[in-house]
Design a protein around this ligand. Structure first.
Ligand code: ATP
Length: 317
């Protein structure tokens, strides 16, 4: 049985080294919030099933080959002959500013069907379903697929983690808020940046963080986890709150920190670790991500988790 079921769009990712309009060469990899989490969890030793869709093309083959090589279960993944795999271009424009360009409208990921998710559940119920707020922004089909997943999880007693992951380029915040609020009653673990929390909180909630967290906990969400970037993270529960500062690392690429953080948090949750240990693992995997190039490439294995505590300049022979 898989510990985790997740799905969403994974694209082919091309990375330049400067302004794209000047040409030059691009590195080729894959990227997708949910598959980043899947890889992070698999590296930490958890069996994970990814049930997304790719096109019947070479880009789709790269997505599947990479996930397979990482040990992610693809038994419920779909190859859609009627649409291409999505594409994203990373353009590091300034040392601390990267532009991302998406070519994903009409992609296979935007046509993921509720039936595919039913098949993914039918094989065996996972212990946990992980969704992000990106999937419903891709179109009516993936939104219906995610709605179906939430209902199936509820029926099967599967706990649900939702990372709000708001993408302003994909949809309007009012629509995103409507969907996130309709999902909130199904969620056990809600993960968001502090500026994303208002999207999930009831429209009547005040503007202070505490005003937004309380109604979410009252809805039955067990843990509200707030990512605070270089400020670390905080978890709120019905019995209180807990903060962990970020781990000190040299930042080389901030992309993917949120997904890596989620993988660490869920890994410790699946290990039945207490809240402090969940946050500790989450800030550790988040720090690995910012200290490594790429979205998921630097995700640690379980044995590598203590490496961040090594002295600067350490060489392991
Ligand atoms: P992204 O969308 O780029 O993946 P995010 O906004 O979802 O990121 P962040 O809050 O930026 O997520 O980062 C997630 C976690 O990663 C933070 O809670 C923190 O633990 C860790 N992290 C982020 N930035 C740093 C940093 N500069 N140094 C160390 N750890 C960091």
């Amino acid at each position: 049985m898989n510990d985790v079921l997740t799905f969403g769009e994974t694209m082919i990712a091309l990375r330049g080294s400067g302004p794209l309009k000047l040409g030059g060469s691009l590195d080729i990899s894959i990227a997708g919030a949910e598959s980043n989490v899947a890889i992070g969890l698999t590296r930490l030793g958890h069996p994970v099933r990814w049930a997304g869709a790719v096109g019947d093309d070479e880009a789709g083959q790269l997505v599947l080959r990479t996930l397979r090589a990482e040990g992610v279960d693809l038994g419920a993944a779909t190859v859609d002959p009627g649409a291409p795999t999505g594409l994203m271009l990373f353009e590091p424009r300034l040392p601390d500013l990267t532009r991302v360009h998406y070519y994903r409208a009409g992609s296979a990921g935007s046509r993921l069907s509720p039936e595919a998710i039913e098949r993914a559940f039918a094989a065996a119920s996972p212990r946990l379903l992980h969704l992000t707020g990106i999937t419903p922004a891709l179109g009516p089909a993936p939104r219906a697929a995610a709605d179906r997943a939430l209902r199936l999880a509820r029926e099967a007693g599967v706990q649900v983690c939702l990372d709000v992951n708001y993408r302003s380029r994909l949809w309007d915040s009012a629509v995103a808020g409507e969907v996130m609020r309709s999902w909130a009653p199904y969620v056990d673990v809600l993960i968001a940046s502090d500026d994303e929390l208002p999207l999930a909180a009831p429209a009547s909630a005040g503007s202070e963080l505490a005003d937004q967290v309380k109604p979410l906990l009252d809805l039955g969400i067990r843990e509200v986890v707030v990512k605070l970037g270089a400020g670390g993270a905080r978890v709120h529960t019905a019995t209180g709150e807990l903060h962990r500062p970020a781990r000190t690392v040299r930042v080389v690429d901030p992309v993917g920190a949120g997904d890596a953080f989620v993988a660490g948090y869920l890994s410790a949750l699946l290990d039945d670790a207490e809240l402090p240990a969940r946050l500790d693992r989450a800030v550790t995997t988040g720090a690995f991500a910012v200290a490594s190039h790429g979205d998921w490439e630097g995700a640690p294995t379980r044995a590598e988790l203590p490496l961040l505590s090594a002295e600067s300049g350490t060489v392991l022979r």
